[in-house]
Ligand binder design. Sequence first.
Ligand SMILES: Nc1ncnc2c1ncn2[C@@H]1O[C@H](COP(=O)(O)OP(=O)(O)OP(=O)(O)O)[C@@H](O)[C@H]1O
Length: 146
Amino acid sequence: MVVAKTSSAYPNDPEFPPSGVDDMTKLAYLHEPGVLQNLKCRYDINEIYTYTGSILIAVNPFQRLPHLYNMQVMKKYNGVALGELSPHPFAVADSAYRQMINESISQAILVSGESGAGKTESTKMLMRYLAYMGGRVDNAEERSVE
Ligand SMILES: Nc1ncnc2c1ncn2[C@@H]1O[C@H](COP(=O)(O)OP(=O)(O)OP(=O)(O)O)[C@@H](O)[C@H]1O
């Protein structure tokens, strides 16, 4: 039996990792102070994405982070199970795409948040990844769904 050690959600607890946890289901106490503390720790180091299980939480960085969304990053997430790499909209899009292809079931991704939270930006990244996956051709003739 493997017993996974969980992290405390209390900010002053020495066991709370300074950089937070990338999946909040790892927090021992999944309550509002713990969630906010964890998101803040990650935000402070420009980690704007965090999972809670299969839900992706995005915090608006109010700055451009182009290194997060380039072609190399898209390639990295291609075919990798959700949760294996850092939280990212590409991982969510890849998971939906895979389930659509493998199970022939229509998929929906719900993007929710208050005005200015970053829904449009997140949706753009989801669409960029889906266009990258769906628009690829193996022959020399390039075409861009995006
Ligand atoms: N991931 C991100 N990277 C960089 N900037 C971002 C990101 N998310 C949000 N922003 C910034 O925040 C602004 C508002 O984000 P966005 O338009 O996506 O919000 P929204 O939730 O769609 O708002 P509304 O509901 O009012 O349309 C963007 O114009 C952009 O400047």
